[in-house]
Design a protein around this ligand. Structure first.
Ligand code: ADP
Ligand code: MG
Length: 267
C-alpha cells in the first residue's frame, strides 16, 4: 500500500483555475490560463506540449516555486496560498522533490554533497544506505567525490534526479529529467522513476517531450498555449506521438527524442 497512507484517488496535487501572467500592460503575457488539474496520490503523470506552452511554469507553480497570479494550488490538503515563505520553504523541503531542467547543482560541492544537501538543510542526518542505493541506481557510485564541472550533462542530470529522490518526498516534480540522457541511461532512469511510484507510493509529475518517456507514465496530460489540451491514460509511445502531431507540438525546438539519434550530452 501507499507509504503516505493516502488512499488511491486522493489528489496529491491539485490545481484549480490557476493563472500565471508575466509582465504588465502592453507586455502582459498569460502563460497559464485557468488550468485545473488533479494528480492522484501514487500516480505517475507525464506532461507534454509544444515548446512555450507553459509546462515549466505549471511545474514551478505546482511546486510552490512560483506564485500563481490567480487560482489555487493544493499539495495534499495544504493550500500553498495559506503558507508564508517559511512555511512554503518547509513544505518544499519536507514533501517535494524537484528536478530542474537546468539541473541547478552547486558547483563547489561534490556529487555526494549535492545529493545530501536537502536532508542536511532539513536538519536530518542523511541516511547513508538510502544515498548509496539511489546513487547506485542512477549509475553514479564511482562519481561521488567528483564536482559537477567534472561530469557530463547526462551525469549532472542524474545527480539532480538522485538529489530529488533521496529523501523519498511525497511528490516529485521533474522537468525533462531524461532530456540529456542517452537511450539506455534514460530507460534506466525511467525504470527507477516508475519504481518509486509503484513501490514507494510517491506521486510523480514529469514534463517530457519524449513519447517513449511518456509511455512509462500512467497518464499523459497535454498542454497547449497554457491550457489543458486533453489526456491519455495508459499511454503507448505511438498514441502519444500521434497526439503530439495533432497538437502541432513538434517544431524545431522539440524534436521527438525517440526519432532522433542522441548521445549523452557533454559539457
Ligand atoms: P515550456 O516549459 O512549455 O517550454 P515555459 O513555462 O518555460 O514553457 O514558458 C511559457 C511562456 O512563458 C513562454 O512564452 C515564456 O517566454 C514565458 N515565460 C516563462 N517564464 C517567464 C518569466 N519569468 N517572465 C516572462 N515570461 C516568462
Ligand atoms: Mg520548459
Amino acid at each position: 500500500m501507499l507509504t503516505q497512507g493516502i488512499g488511491q484517488g486522493t489528489a496529491a496535487v491539485r490545481l484549480v483555475a490557476v493563472e500565471k501572467v508575466y509582465g504588465r500592460g502592453d507586455n502582459e503575457v498569460a502563460v497559464l490560463k485557468r488550468l485545473s488539474l488533479d494528480f492522484a496520490a501514487g500516480s505517475f503523470t507525464a506532461v507534454m506540449g509544444p515548446s512555450g506552452s507553459g509546462k515549466s511554469t505549471f511545474l514551478h507553480c505546482s511546486a510552490g516555486l512560483v506564485k500563481p497570479t490567480r487560482g489555487t494550488v493544493l499539495i495534499g490538503d495544504t493550500d500553498l496560498a495559506d503558507l508564508d515563505e517559511v512555511g512554503l520553504t518547509r513544505l518544499r523541503r519536507d514533501r517535494i522533490g524537484f528536478v530542474f531542467q537546468s539541473y541547478n547543482l552547486l558547483p563547489a560541492l561534490t556529487v555526494r554533497q549535492n545529493i545530501v544537501l536537502p536532508s542536511q538543510l532539513a536538519g536530518r542526518r542523511p541516511n547513508r544506505s538510502q544515498v548509496l542505493a539511489v546513487v547506485d541506481r542512477v549509475g553514479l557510485a564511482d562519481r561521488l567525490d567528483h564536482l559537477p564541472g567534472q561530469l557530463s550533462g547526462g551525469q549532472q542530470q542524474r545527480v539532480a534526479i538522485a538529489r530529488a529522490l533521496v529523501t523519498r518526498p511525497a511528490v516529485v516534480f521533474a522537468d525533462e529529467p531524461t532530456g540529456a540522457l542517452d537511450t539506455r541511461t534514460a530507460a534506466a532512469v525511467l525504470g527507477l522513476l516508475r519504481e518509486t511510484v509503484d513501490a514507494g507510493g510517491q506521486t510523480l509529475v514529469m514534463v517530457t517531450h519524449d513519447p517513449v518517456a511518456a509511455s512509462y507514465a500512467d497518464r499523459v496530460v497535454f498542454l497547449a498555449d497554457g491550457r489543458f489540451a486533453g489526456e491519455l491514460h495508459r499511454p503507448t509511445a505511438e498514441a502519444v506521438a500521434a497526439r503530439m502531431t495533432r497538437l502541432g507540438a513538434w517544431n524545431d525546438a522539440t524534436v521527438p527524442a525517440s526519432a532522433a539519434v542522441r548521445s549523452e550530452g557533454g559539457r
